[in-house]
Structures are given as C-alpha cells and as structure tokens.
Design a protein around this ligand. Structure first.
Ligand SMILES: [Zn+2]
Length: 377
C-alpha cells in the first residue's frame, strides 16, 4: 500500500473558512451539501455515505464518541483558531490556492491568517465575474468599465493573484461566444439599468460577460496567467447542461489563447472522462481533482481518479479540496485525496502498468509539483 502522508499538498482550489465556527447540527450539515432546501439538512444529509464517513473521521480525530452530538460538542469546544490550526497541521498543507471571492471576506479568515494557522503558504486567484460586477456598479460608461477591468487583470500578478477564475458556468454557461463591441455595450446598458435600480448586480448578461471574458483571455495569454473554470457539479444555481467542459471548444480552439493555462475545476464531475480527454488533447488544459467537494463517496472518487489517470497525462492533473466554510473540508479533502490517489496507483502497480517508484513520482506531481509549475508558485 502506497503511503503518501509525507507529501505536503498544494490545494490548488479552495476557499476561506468562516470566522464563526460555533455551529449547531443543522448548520454544520448545511455545509456538507450543495442542496439548499432545508429538508436536506434535516432528513437527507445524515443519510449520505460521505457524511457518515466524515463523522467517523471526526470522532477519531477529536477522540470522542461516534455520535453527531458529541462530535459537534467536541469541535465547538475548541476555539476557532485552534480548530483551524489542528486540522490544517494534520492535513500537511504546503500551499492553499484560495478563491477569496466567496464566502464574503467580512465573514471569513483572511488568506494570510489561514496561512499562519496552517503553517503553510497561501496564494490567491482573482474571480472575474466579481470584478465585473464591482466595476458595473461603479461606472456608468462601458469604456470606463473596460479600461479599469483591463488594468485590474493586467496587474493581477502585481496585486498578488497567481491565477484568474471564472464562474461563467454558473451564469450563462461555458459556451463563451464572440460578440461585437456594440452588442456588449447594449448588454452593458441592461446590466447597468438593473444595477442602478437595485443597488447591486448579479451579472448574467451573456454578450457582456462573454465579451469581458475574451478581454481577460487576451491579457492572460500575453502574461501566461492561468485561469480556473468552474465545470460540472455545483448547487442548483448552475445549469449542468451548460457546465459540460466540451462547451469550451471555441475558446480552446483559439490558438492565440494557448499560452493561457486553463484549469478545469472539480474533475468536471460527472463529465470527468470528457474533461480528462480535453487535458489529453489540448496542450494548455489542466485538470483539477477535487476531494472534499463535489460531495461524493470514496467509491465515486476512486472512479473519477481512475478515469483521470487513465486518460490524461499525469503532468496535467492537480489535487484540490474545494474546501469552504469549515476547516474539516480542507482537512478531510487532503486525507481523502492521498488515500484515493494512493489506492488507484496501487491498482495500476497490480495491473502491471507502472512500478512503485513511478507511482510515488506520479503522486508527487499530482499532489504538489504540477501546481508549482502551473501557478508559478
Ligand atoms: Zn470552489
């Protein structure tokens, strides 16, 4: 059995955790699902296999009885700082690559503080749709938005971001089209009207969002700046039909974007084979393997890990947790990732595909080295 516990992980996609970690059972459960209806926390989450496994790991870690009540009492008894420090240390983290755009910063530990408590490095990415929304609220003129937007994207590295991120799959879908500037301006006028009327905006205006994404791609390609795309599994806000990574074809085919590394997040679950295929044929496509979220059990994690390793070059694969809200996610994602990747590599040794030395080398690439290269850490 391969033991990967000594490889410090680069978590190439995760989020900050909440400052308030004192949680009752229903709120804790609500952070363990992408379902938002109240009936899930009440009735269904305790009946998912991954949740039962999570509780068992927590009972072992906190040295308490294996009941939800005593587990939550034990965790709530620790201060939030202690909780983060214990869990992150146990996870053996090298670097967190954080998307600080969600949850809202005022509710969360800062990336810097997460790094201190985890005794690890942190890096950040810049979420484009959040930037778009801020600028649309601030400027009444499209050219002003465009100018400030291009400047922020150009200065991303100087401002401490190692990558861009897009959640367009949650809005208008991954089929990002090319629009004329006139079409983008017309779409901006609609967005701006909405912003003025409501004092806030949720950008879902396709010509505008697509136009601004292409603008960012040009800048990113010049600077070899990577971009992460949410693909596949999300809450019901995402139309999964539009989150299929094959929808990115027009963007992937653009030769002038080939210097912009593209990372498909969340193993594109359940489109894993399709995403891994894209990483196998496009030189600039990388594939994220995420082990806390999507919320699936180990058997499904083994399946997507087998698919990714069997289809894509291992130099294209990167580990993450997508941990968010509670530090248990980052911790458990690291445990799961090492154990699942180790088990799949063991199977590949048994199948006489690789030997043990090669298996360790491949694990080191996925858990650590590839992210260093892609994000220039
Ligand atoms: Zn995420």
């Amino acid at each position: 059995m391969l033991d990967l516990t000594n490889i410090p992980v680069v978590d190439n996609h995760c989020h900050p955790v909440l400052l308030n970690q004192h949680l009752d059972a229903l709120s804790f459960r609500a952070y363990c699902t992408e379902a938002t209806h109240a009936s899930f926390a009440e009735q269904h989450i305790p009946n998912t296999v991954y949740y039962r496994w999570l509780l068992r790991q927590m009972a072992l870690f906190y040295g308490c009885e294996y009941t939800e009540e005593s587990i939550l009492t034990a965790r709530n008894h620790m201060g939030a700082d202690d909780l983060l420090e214990h869990l992150f240390r146990a996870a053996n983290i090298d670097t967190f690559v954080l998307d600080p755009a969600y949850p809202p910063g005022s509710e969360c530990y800062t990336p810097e503080r997460m790094g201190q408590l985890g005794h690890c490095r942190t890096a950040k990415m810049l979420r484009l749709e959040t930037l778009m929304q801020e600028l649309i609220l601030e400027h009444a003129d499209f050219d002003d938005v465009l100018e400030h937007y291009m400047m922020e994207v150009s200065l991303a590295r100087e401002h401490g971001f190692c990558a861009l991120k897009s959640i367009v799959a949650y809005r208008t879908g991954l089929h990002i089209s090319e629009w004329s500037k006139d079409e983008a301006v017309a779409s901006f006028v609609e967005a701006r009207t909405e912003a003025e009327a409501r004092g806030q905006i949720r950008i879902a205006h396709k010509p505008l969002i697509d136009y601004l994404l292409h603008t960012a791609f040009s800048v990113a390609a010049e600077q070899q700046l990577p971009i992460q795309f949410h693909t596949g599994y999300g809450d019901s806000d995402t139309d999964m039909r539009l989150g299929n990574p094959l929808q990115l074809r027009d963007v992937l085919e653009r030769r002038d974007y080939h210097t912009m590394p593209i990372v498909l997040l969340h193993e594109s679950y359940p489109y894993t084979q399709l995403g891994a295929y894209l990483a196998a044929v496009y030189p600039h496509v990388y594939f994220d393997l995420s082990y806390a979220i999507p919320f699936v059990d180990k058997l499904e994690m083994l399946a997507f890990t087998r698919q990714a390793l069997s289809v894509a070059p291992v130099s294209k694969l990167m580990f993450s947790t997508d941990g968010i809200h509670i530090p248990e996610m980052h911790w458990v994602g690291a445990l799961r990732g090492r154990s699942v990747i180790g088990q799949v590599l063991d199977e590949m040794i048994d199948a006489d595909e690789i030997d043990e030395e090669q298996a360790y080398d491949l694990a080191q690439q996925i858990l650590h080295d590839n992210a260093y290269t892609v994000y220039q850490l």
